[in-house]
Design a protein. Sequence first.
Length: 191
Amino acid sequence: MIRTPLLLKALPLALLLALAACKPAQEPAPASSAPPAQAPAAAAPAPVEETPAERTTAEFPTLKMKAVDGSDYDLAAHRGKWVVVNFWATWCAPCRKEMPELSALHAMRSNIEVVGLAYEDIEAPEMQSFLGKHPVTYPVVIVDPFDPPADFAIPRGLPLTHLIDPNGKVAHTFLGPVTAADIEQQIAAAK
């Protein structure tokens, strides 16, 4: 004897299976003497524009540019010392905030050099005026954001700082504000 509660549970399942098995019958295609129509040819996919591989910073980057003060800056000339390569901009508040500390680090440590790469569309006289109000002890180079140095990745944010070891190899990269303590800690960890 079947109990009613079990029947009530099984009935919906049976109906569901029966409905799932039902499919409307497809009508046969009418016979025709004409050849079957050709399916339209699939359109070739639109060509994909190749984008250049994302540029990365070279393991041993080179950098030769004119500084705002008119001097030539050559990263290779600073071998034997740690070099702090700081991408920044005048409109970047965190960049302006770290400038005095980087300037003090450059002035007080004989084994550490700093170079500021002003990553913005600005003319030298305008930059000189800015540096008159915000003086630093290290050289500043204006970097064209439309043609940045080839050996460095395009900054995804500012400030961006690369620490280059005495052999010219990138030892560490900082994205965001950096302090003298951060830099000295990375130098100590590398020894």
